[in-house]
Design a protein around this ligand. Structure first.
Ligand code: NAP
Length: 248
């Protein structure tokens, strides 16, 4: 089968991956988007979709061989380190063309009051006593903050947590991030003194950072894990060009 008739495997779970699948399908490519299965309602994704782990790098390599994958795109979230390491290892093992799609991280701008940290544990320690914190993190990242009984947390999530949150003093806010003015109003209404978040990059959750700058609110920013990079491109259009050049 010519390479262009074989599927492109997109490791997804991000808005960029959804956009890439739509663009490839529109150009006539076969795509398989792979999801870990963490989100109950991932929304519409063009092309084929599969869900669940592969069983490590070896399992992913076996899947690539079995499905005759023409090209592998790692479009997973910047903090999803295990699947990215597996993707690179499986690409090396199978020789399938590989590209990483990773949105650029947010850069500090004049007026930003960021404390950059490299882990959740450092973020826990960086919070001053008696702070009122917007904790903009997924449910699996909350537990380390249970040590801080001297701090009030507003935990914002899209889906409710499956198990109760193990925090001393907190409230749960079930909502999506809003626009900058809505974020500023929210931060003010809740009398928040700091934000703790990860440097995810992208536009969708940047409004709170811009609102914090406007209000002079400090942000404890968990920076991305540093790992060896393979062939990495910052946007969907660059990845599309790479795929067209590679598969013709
Ligand atoms: P992770 O720690 O890097 O991966 C853990 C395991 O989950 C992997 O070893 C793999 O299992 C499976 N897995 C992860 N992504 C997969 C995918 N796209 N397709 C199939 N299996 C996948 O990942 P994570 O941080 O839990 O993130 C899971 C997914 O959520 C990713 O797809 C990511 O793009 C998305 N996401 C993550 C974050 C975040 O903050 N980490 C935020 C938004 C979206 P096997 O070893 O069995 O193959």
């Amino acid at each position: 089968m010519p390479a262009s008739d074989r599927p492109v495997l997109i490791l997804g779970g991000t808005a960029e991956a959804v956009k890439l699948a739509a663009a490839l399908v529109a150009l006539g490519y076969r795509t398989i988007s792979s999801l870990a299965g963490r989100t109950s309602n991932p929304g519409r994704i063009d092309g084929d979709v599969r869900t669940g782990g592969f069983g490590g790098a070896d399992g992913l390599a076996a899947y690539i061989r079995r499905e005759g994958i023409a090209l592998l795109v790692d479009a997973t979230h910047p903090f999803a380190t295990q699947i990215s390491d597996n993707a690179r290892a499986a690409a090396d093992a199978t020789g399938v063309p590989f590209v990483r799609l990773e949105r650029p991280d947010w850069q500090r701008k004049p007026g930003d009051a960021w404390t950059s940290v490299t882990s959740l544990e450092e973020a826990v320690c960086a919070i001053p006593a008696k702070a009122r914190i917007l904790l903009a993190l997924g449910r699996q990242h909350i537990a380390p903050f249970s040590r801080r009984s001297d701090v009030y947390f507003v935990v914002r999530m899209i889906d409710p947590p499956e198990t109760p949150l193990d925090l001393h003093d907190f409230e749960l806010e079930l909502s999506k991030p809003g626009k900058k003015d809505e974020e500023a109003a929210f931060l003010t209404r809740k009398r928040l003194t700091h934000i703790v978040c990860r440097n995810s990059g992208g536009a969708a959750s940047y409004a709170k950072i811009a609102a914090a700058r406007e209000l002079g609110l400090p942000v404890i920013m968990i920076e991305r894990p540093h790992r060896p990079t393979g062939h990495t491109l910052p946007d969907t259009s660059g990845v599309l060009r790479f795929i067209e050049e590679t598969l013709g």
